[in-house]
Design a protein around this ligand. Structure first.
Ligand code: ZN
Length: 155
């Protein structure tokens, strides 16, 4: 019977070979940010459409561009699948939880938002390799940057 580590390796490889939500969104109306990890050469651009649904800001679409090692690219693919359709508040809570799994202290939790890591737990083995933590967190830091960036104007 395959162990948990094999299952995790399969999930990571699957996202690397068949990345979800690859592409770009038109800016504007999308917001975007670029992230680099010079230690490994990873590059990721995150595009986000944020739309109000029932009074809540929701990530209505997400696209990922860029290139790099298998950890950075599969983490970006898993991130895109995990945040699509979630509220901005849930997404920020998920980023804190993911970085917590990577042993990065992000301060206060949001006690009113409960999010599950699900498949993202496949990346928890990365924490044993400090140099790869930057690969795994690149997409997540870039996601927060894109969220915090003002939507570019047409002019
Ligand atoms: Zn890398």
């Amino acid at each position: 019977m395959p162990g948990l580590e094999d299952l995790y390796r399969e999930i990571i490889l699957d996202h690397y070979r068949t990345p979800r939500n690859r592409g770009e969104l038109a800016v504007p109306p999308a917001r975007h940010a670029e992230g680099h990890n010079p230690l490994c050469g990873d590059e990721i651009t995150v595009f986000l459409d944020v739309a109000e649904q029932n009074g809540v800001d929701v990530i209505s679409d997400v696209k990922i561009a860029g290139q790099g090692c298998s950890i950075s690219q599969s983490s970006a693919s898993m991130m895109s699948a995990a945040v699509k359709g979630k509220s901005v508040r849930e997404v920020r809570a998920l980023v804190r939880k993911f970085k917590g799994m990577m042993s990065i202290d992000t301060g206060e939790d949001d006690p009113e938002v409960d999010v599950l890591l699900g498949d993202l737990e496949a990346l928890q083995g990365v924490v044993k390799f400090p140099v790869r933590i930057k690969c795994a967190t690149l997409a997540w830091n870039t996601l927060i940057e894109a969220l915090d960036n003002p939507v570019p104007s047409d002019t």
